[in-house]
Every structure is written in structure tokens, then in C-alpha cells.
Design a protein around this ligand. Structure first.
Ligand code: DI6
Ligand code: FE
Length: 409
């Protein structure tokens, strides 16, 4: 007879397993947890004999895998609310950047902030994500653009992981922009990133992956390739901000290095999609940035589907182009702006988001996976995309228990 720590019964389960029935649904299900891991899941009628230390009826509620935000810039100093207001008043993104605003204003604020200040601001945003079902969150550096501040951002992300009980995956994005001190000398800045920032992050075990911004206003394909070659040397997987504002060959360079994910992709041409498909790279779509930038060029969803590229979606939470701290809201936006089905949206913040982070132990509700579970007050999983601005989370379990981070206001 099996012994379990916790047995959930009278529950409807969107397992999000691939290809069985829509949402991998099990009606009238049961789910048993032992040691933070799912021990058994299926129809209650087939539950094997066992004894549970605790048994809970969920009164017919729906559960899904806890959500995964696979692309955020959650740690940063200051905010850009005033810039947002100025843009609505008619100022262009370029006017603001020329006046010393934009991404460089966040770099100045982040360099000036202490580790505690960065932590305090980021933990509020993390709490907002958890309050709407997120148990795994990726966090990038990229507002330091010098060794000391890039490492400080990653230290803050690691500390968020230790104290929140959520899983935080860190990504070194030192190649996010050319810092003011290196203006006109992007290659010299990349030299510094390769020689100093990347090895220091690895030595202190601060980076789980490496990212870069491949774009006319940031770094070109050759510079990205240098960063990726160094990442391969250091044993780190790569991801890429690709083709967000123009077709810069981003998807192809991501595919060439077998990146875990290529993110944004608004301007990716068909041959870029084919390259992603061949490489098994996940496409991460970011509707919050499209909405904020009023971008009319849409990512090539039809082409991605045709070639079987797994599609994830994420908040891209950042102070300039996506002040979005909710995954259900991201689903609502992705369905409306990109035409993703509600099932694609949920897959995009569970199974495919796990893959975009290289995590094989989560993203579906199956025996052997982590017991990261979101319990919802919804009539159907499609409601997560259907409703806007309405928190529907009843409870979040991380490895089978309530996490230390507060998930209610
Ligand atoms: N793409 C974006 O949309 C953000 N970074 C990036 O690579 C912009 C970040 C910012 O404006 O602060
Ligand atoms: Fe981003």
C-alpha cells in the first residue's frame, strides 16, 4: 500500500500533458504527493490503495501546473512611469532616449541602488506574479552593464529564490545595451563581457543561462555569436532577444547555437522559423511589449504552428516596454493580440515555458514531476485567458506546500 503526504480529491485536473485530450483533462481526478513530488495522478476511480497523512477535497475545483514566467527583467532600480506618461503625451521613444531617458535611465538607477533596495522593489513584483499562480520565474540582469552591478542584480535574484520558496532561474544579460562609457565601442564592451563579466558570474554560480539583445540598437549577429561561443565554453545554455524591432537574423543565430529559446520574434521571417524548428528552440512571445510599444508587426504564429515550434509566452516584466506582473493577464493579451488559443496560452505558461528554461521536472501534472500546483476558482481552464484583470487563483502549492512568499494581498 502506498503512503502519501497529501492526497487531493474531488478535483478537475488540467494536466497539460501533450496530445491526449484538450488540456490533458482528467475529470473527477485525484492527485497524490510525496516528498514534494507527484506520486500519482489520474481518475479517482483508479486511485491505487494508499494512505495519506492529509487528505483534502477540492470541491470540484480545477488545478493546473503552477505557472512559469520564462522571461522577466524583474530586478531593476527606479521605474519609468513618468516616461510612460510623457510618451502618451506625444514624446517619442527616441526623444526620451536622446534626453537621457529610456533604458539608460534604468541603468543609472540600478547602479545607484543598494542590494536591499533592489531586493525590496523586486520582491513586491515577485509577490504579484505568485499571487496569480507563478511558482517558477526567470530573472535577467542587464541594467548594470558593468561587472559589479550585473553581479549585484543576479545576487538579488538568487536571494529572491532563497527567501520566496519559488524557483528563480537567473540569466546573465550583460549584452543588453551598450553602456554610455562604451558609446561607439560596442566591440570593446563585448570584450569586457567575455573577459570579466561572464567568468565572474560563473565563478560565483550566479547565472543559469546567458542572453543577449540582437538588434540594430544593441548588438549584431557577430557580437551575439561571440557571447554565445563564450557561454558554450563556460557550459551555460543560451537564449536570445531576437527580431523584436527588425529582422536582424536573430532567430537564425539562436538556432545555430541551439538556444533554449528565441524571444520576441515579431520580425522573424519564415526561414528563421524553420531554423528554430530544426534546432528544437522554443519561441517565447511577449505580448506586453507589443502592446506597450504599439507594435503592429505580429510574431509569425501561423508559421510557428506549421513547423511545430513550441510556443511559450511570458510577461517580459520590465520598466520600459512591459510593466506587466501577471501571467493570466499575459494569456489574456496573447489570445487577443496574437490569436493564440486559450489552450496554447496555458501550454505557453506551463509545459513550453518549462522547456524554454531547460527544466524537465515541471510544467505538467504527471507522476514524478514537482508538485507545483495552482488551484483556481474557474469554471474551465479557458477562463484564464477569457477574463481580464481578475485574480482567479485560490491557492498555490510549491513542492506540495504553501510557499513562504505571500500569495494573497
Ligand atoms: N527588449 C525590450 O523590450 C526590453 N529589453 C529588450 O531587450 C526593453 C528594456 C527597457 O526599455 O528597459
Ligand atoms: Fe526582455
Amino acid at each position: 500500500m502506498d503512503r502519501w503526504d497529501l492526497l487531493l480529491t474531488d478535483v478537475r485536473i488540467a494536466t497539460m500533458r501533450h496530445g491526449v485530450v484538450a488540456y490533458g483533462t482528467v475529470e473527477d481526478g485525484a492527485l497524490a504527493i510525496t516528498g514534494g513530488t507527484i506520486a500519482w495522478v489520474g481518475p479517482r476511480s483508479r486511485l491505487p490503495p494508499g494512505q495519506a497523512a492529509e487528505q483534502r477535497s477540492l470541491d470540484g475545483r480545477w488545478i493546473t501546473p503552477a505557472l512559469i514566467d520564462c522571461h522577466t527583467h524583474l530586478v531593476f532600480g527606479g521605474d519609468r512611469g513618468a516616461e510612460f506618461e510623457a510618451r502618451l503625451g506625444g514624446a517619442s521613444y527616441e526623444d526620451i532616449a536622446d534626453a537621457g531617458g529610456g533604458i539608460m535611465s534604468t541603468v543609472r538607477a540600478t547602479r545607484a541602488a543598494t542590494e536591499d533596495e533592489l531586493y525590496g522593489a523586486a520582491v513586491d513584483r515577485l509577490r504579484a506574479l505568485a499571487a496569480e499562480g507563478a511558482a517558477t520565474v526567470e530573472i535577467k540582469s542587464g541594467y548594470g552593464l558593468d561587472t559589479e552591478t550585473e553581479l549585484r542584480m543576479l545576487e538579488v535574484a538568487r536571494r529572491l529564490g532563497r527567501h520566496s520558496g519559488l524557483t528563480i532561474r537567473t540569466t546573465l544579460l550583460a549584452a543588453h545595451a551598450v553602456p554610455a562609457e562604451f558609446r561607439g565601442r560596442a566591440d570593446d564592451y563585448i570584450d569586457l563581457v567575455l573577459a570579466e563579466v561572464m567568468p565572474a558570474a560563473v565563478e560565483r554560480n550566479l547565472a543559469d543561462a546567458v542572453d543577449a539583445f540582437c538588434e540594430g540598437i544593441a548588438f549584431d549577429v557577430a557580437q551575439v555569436a561571440r557571447v554565445f561561443e563564450r557561454a558554450v565554453d563556460l557550459g551555460l545554455p543560451v537564449k536570445l532577444h531576437a527580431d523584436q524591432l527588425s529582422d536582424g537574423g536573430g532567430a537564425e543565430v539562436a538556432a545555430r547555437f541551439r538556444a533554449l529559446s528565441a524571444d520576441h520574434l515579431e520580425y522573424t521571417p519564415p526561414h528563421g522559423v524553420q531554423a528554430l524548428a530544426k534546432a528544437g528552440t522554443v519561441a517565447v512571445l511577449l505580448p506586453g511589449a507589443c502592446l506597450t510599444l504599439d507594435e503592429t508587426c505580429r510574431p509569425p504564429v501561423g508559421e510557428l504552428r506549421r513547423h511545430g515550434v513550441p510556443i511559450a509566452i511570458a510577461t517580459d516584466c520590465n520598466p520600459g516596454t512591459s510593466s506587466l506582473c501577471s501571467l493570466p493577464e499575459t494569456m489574456a493579451l496573447a489570445s487577443r493580440l496574437f490569436g493564440l488559443t486559450p489552450e496554447e496560452c496555458l501550454t505557453g505558461v506551463t509545459r513550453h515555458a518549462a522547456r524554454a528554461l531547460g527544466l524537465e521536472d515541471r510544467g505538467t501534472l504527471e507522476a514524478g514531476k514537482r508538485a507545483d500546483i495552482a488551484i483556481w476558482d474557474i469554471a474551465h481552464p479557458r477562463d484564464l485567458s477569457y477574463w481580464l484583470g481578475r485574480s482567479q487563483l485560490a491557492e498555490l502549492l510549491v513542492a506540495g506546500a504553501a510557499p513562504p512568499v505571500a500569495t494573497s494581498a
